[in-house]
Design a protein around this ligand. Structure first.
Ligand code: ATP
Length: 254
């Protein structure tokens, strides 16, 4: 079943001689349960694409459908409800609230959706156990490791079982071991819970966990790579090959 349809999406910044086409006629679809990555050099439009899908930013043209609903035409109130119910977010800087404990941070989407306290406690504990952070639930974000914070952000993005999880450079601030652990967790959520994930990354290692990769160049889709029957390490090599073709950013590969 198709979860996401992006149709001829454009995003311009500025005007006249200063016009920047951040997204230039982007179209693709994503199936329910897919794990997709978006790659491309700095400035190629990755975050802009994620932001227009997240309805944080509005496209200059084109349409975006999530489960056959056109989110590009929704009014602000409907958009807020859509974001709350249907989307989960993981950002590089995580956006954890330092004034809330880890359990309260994870519970936020459920609190916003008015779940009762007992349900929230049960769901938070279950999710924390699956991600191996049950021992730090009563600590504050600044009292736990970077990897534990990342897993907290992952738990918060998934706790309300959103239709689509959007991740922007989720391993950007992690060392290679923590990145590995985090990507294994994300993959498990995809394979075991059938979470649909769209992840922006510079990192070929993280991208090799996806089943399909869109490469952007100057706001357009430059290439698309499917993992198919490849092992993760062969897929990783393929990704490096496309990155070489794209030019730039190769230094960013671990
Ligand atoms: N608010 C804005 N105002 C003007 N131009 C913008 C704005 N946001 C992004 N851009 C421009 O749009 C283009 C795409 O930016 P975007 O942040 O989507 O790239 P990116 O691929 O995510 O880059 P990076 O990997 O460096 O985060 C860039 O040329 C950028 O300078």
């Amino acid at each position: 079943m198709t979860l996401l349809r992006v149709e001829h999406v454009e995003k311009y910044y500025g005007n006249g001689g200063n016009l920047c086409k951040a997204l230039d006629d982007i179209s693709f679809t994503m199936e329910q349960g897919e794990f997709m990555a978006v790659m491309g050099a700095s400035g190629s439009g990755k975050t802009t694409l994620l932001n227009v899908i997240a309805t944080i930013d509005t496209p200059s043209g084109g349409d975006i459908y999530v489960q056959d609903e056109n989110v590009s035409t929704k009014k602000e109130e409907a958009l807020a409800a859509f974001r709350k119910q249907q989307l989960g977010f993981i950002f590089q800087d995580l956006n954890l609230l330092n004034t809330l404990r880890i359990d309260e941070n994870i519970a936020l989407p459920l609190t916003l959706l008015h779940y009762d306290t007992k349900q929230i406690d049960e769901k938070v504990l279950k999710m924390a156990q699956r991600l191996g952070i049950e021992d730090v639930l009563l600590k504050y974000p600044y009292e736990v490791s970077g990897g534990q914070r990342q897993r907290c952000a992952c738990a918060r993005a998934m706790i309300h079982q959103p239709s689509l999880i959007l991740a922007d450079e989720p391993t950007g601030a992690l060392d290679s071991h923590a990145s590995y652990l985090f990507m294994e967790q994300l993959l498990q959520r995809n394979t075991e819970d059938h979470a649909s994930i769209l992840m922006v990354t510079h990192d070929a290692f993280s991208a090799s966990y996806a089943k399909r990769i869109l490469f952007l160049k100057d706001g357009k889709i430059f290439n698309e790579l499917y993992r198919g029957e490849y092992s993760r390490s062969s897929f990783y090599q393929k990704i490096l090959d496309v990155m070489m073709l794209l030019g730039g950013d190769v230094h960013a590969i671990r």
